[in-house]
Design a protein around this ligand. Structure first.
Ligand code: BGC
Length: 520
């Protein structure tokens, strides 16, 4: 998940710094973190469509998939163990991201990344060689632990190492690498499914070993961040590292600010209890509602289960895997649109436009599926126009998500939390996201079985609610320096009454410029 470190955008104090080899290696390693996350998000749906995999681990699902096609198509994949295979990962990620925040703070970013890489490696190995369902699930849990550690530490490492002016782009860059991971998974599933002998699924699941090795080995070679060294009292070492990372001799200004920021963040007592104060209501709304809504766009129905979904609504195995490659590609390209437009058109515009676009697509897709499958899930012959319209509107829906709620679901929370609650609020954001990612993964196949085409209307309802929330309750944060964010809430028609004068803390003002803010 991007932006755990928080990446302030907008004008402020500028520290000198070059794109040194160190920074570039960091980006590669960070990209591996995003890539593995995306790969794990995208791989399970295609694998669960491969017959040899189903036959070996989920014979009941296999039988219902190949059973009489006059039976209810909506329910052919409805199996709790099958969803457990997908969703266990997010539960593990949720638990470990809570532990990871302590490890990352006490021992540095590096050990967390190393641990993340090793857990990924072990999980991918176990999955690739799985002989029984338990090996699959334990493997997914290990991958989940890996995600918890890597996603907590990689973005932090990234935001602490990258020169200030590149941070905004890197924030969405992390989301981009997630979408690339999803796409790679979809493409590999498409090809591996064709392998004769039926062991292609082993390559799909085991494939995560490659980025896991790069992340593990890469993190061995990366230096610890100056911020983390300062936090642990190694001042001289920290100054040397900063010089090396920036490629400059004189890094005094940035170094001093880092030290001050570290002092300040140590003074913040009870960050969790602070969150309950009235003046933080608007922030808490962001920290809980944004991740909740992001998941209730229904995007992960596509990310996790696109092949299964396409199969359910009448496509062949091959066409289903191919269609998910297409949606994966749309996802990547539309994320680039967001990178381009986020500081030009603003967050609200993207949120509102994306919401409207998703809504229209969901209604059309529901209507198409409803028209053909009705209530009893028995479609008869499916005409060509049907396949084209469904894939087209699912792609337009994915594009809408990918330039709105996808990246902004991570970017916006990272820029609205003030220093004194940033770390805690960000943990809430991440945890809420994981809880609902888990929930959607766990209940989707069951919901499809019961709500049928109405499933799309269920998510459409939430898209309406979230769009109303954005319209009335989320102020624009484009080009607003983090330290001036309070002003935005103070002048908001609804949130103003929660904001008190003593809110703006003198210390925070002192550290204008964002360098300090990224340290928490
Ligand atoms: C979401 C994931 C989702 C991905 C899809 C991310 O922003 O948090 O849940 O699978 O986007 O691209």
């Amino acid at each position: 998940m991007p932006a755990v470190g928080g990446i302030p955008t907008g004008p402020g104090k500028e520290y000198p710094g070059n794109l040194t080899p160190n920074v570039i290696v960091t980006c590669v390693v960070a990209a591996m973190g995003g890539l593995i996350f995306g790969y794990d998000l995208g791989i399970s749906g295609g694998v669960t469509l491969m017959d040899p995999f189903l036959l070996k681990f989920f014979p009941k699902v296999y039988r219902s998939k190949h059973g009489d096609s006059s039976t209810n198509q909506y329910c052919q994949f409805n199996s709790q163990t099958l969803t457990m295979f997908t969703s266990s990962l997010y539960l593990a990620a949720l638990l470990s991201s809570l532990v990871a925040s302590t490890v990352t703070r006490k021992f540095g970013r590096k050990p967390s990344m190393l641990l993340g890489g090793m857990l990924f490696f072990a999980g991918a190995l176990l999955n690739g060689f799985a002989q029984a369902v338990w090996m699959l699930i334990v493997g997914r849990i290990l991958l989940g632990f890996g995600i918890g550690f890597a996603n907590q530490s990689v973005p932090l490492y990234l935001s602490e190492t990258a020169p200030y002016k590149y941070r905004g782009a890197l924030n969405i860059g992390f989301q981009l690498s997630i979408t690339v991971g999803i796409l790679v998974a979809n493409v590999l599933n498409y090809f591996f499914a064709k392998i004769h002998g039926g062991w292609g699924w082993r390559l799909s699941l085991g494939g995560a070993i490659v980025p896991a090795i790069i992340l593990t080995v890469g993190s061995l070679f990366l230096p610890d961040t100056p911020n983390s060294l300062i936090e642990r009292g190694n001042m001289e070492d920290a100054r040397e590292k900063l010089k090396r990372i920036r490629g400059l001799e004189n890094v005094d200004e940035e170094f001093n600010d880092l030290v001050m920021a570290s002092e300040l963040s140590k003074q913040v007592e009870h960050p969790w209890r602070n969150l309950l104060q009235r003046k933080y209501r608007p922030h808490m709304a962001v920290a809980t509602l944004i991740p909740f809504f992001q998941q209730f766009t229904g995007i992960n129905v596509i990310t996790f289960y696109a092949p299964v979904l396409f199969k359910t609504i009448g496509f062949g195995d091959d066409a289903s895997l191919m269609s998910s490659v297409i949606t994966g590609l749309v996802n990547v390209i539309a994320t680039l649109v967001s990178i381009y437009g986020v500081d030009k058109w603003g967050r609200r515009f993207l949120f509102l436009e994306g919401g409207a676009q998703m809504l229209i697509c969901q209604i059309i897709v529901a209507a198409c599926i409803g028209a053909k499958f009705g209530i009893n899930g028995n479609p008869g012959e499916l005409p060509n126009w049907y396949a084209i319209v469904v894939v087209l509107f699912i792609c337009i829906y994915v594009a809408a998500f990918a330039w709105s709620w996808g990246p902004l679901g991570w970017l916006v929370p990272s820029e609205v939390f003030p220093l004194e609650i940033r770390s805690a609020a960000q943990s809430i954001n991440v945890s809420v996201n994981m809880v609902f990612t888990f929930l959607v993964a766990q209940i989707f196949l069951n919901m499809l079985c019961h709500l049928k085409f109405g499933l799309f209307l269920f998510f459409a309802f939430f898209v309406v609610v979230m769009t109303i929330y954005i319209y009335y309750f989320l102020p624009e944060t484009k080009n607003i320096p983090i330290e001036e964010m309070n002003q935005v809430w103070r002048s908001h028609w609804f949130w103003a009454k929660f904001m008190t004068e003593e809110f703006s803390n003198g210390n925070v003002e002192m550290l204008k410029g964002g360098q300090a803010l990224k340290n928490v």
